[in-house]
Design a protein. Sequence first.
Length: 86
Amino acid sequence: MATWYCWPGGNPPSRCTHGFPSGGAYGAAGPELRAALGNWRGKTVYVNGVPVKLIDFCGCGGNHVIDVYHATWVKIPHPSRVTIRW
């Protein structure tokens, strides 16, 4: 499962990672994804075919493996069931 963050104009608003604009294709890697990738920061993964650059750490767990910027979230087909490739 994927969720979103970084939607400054949303209701409720959500903060972005410092230095990365809200319109970018960025994400935060959860523990399982970090373990699978090893040196994960700065890598690009494909979430249901949509490229996402990993810039942040997500403390999520369970079946939740990635948080993506809202600008990217709206481009991901079926975000409740994701396939992540790298």
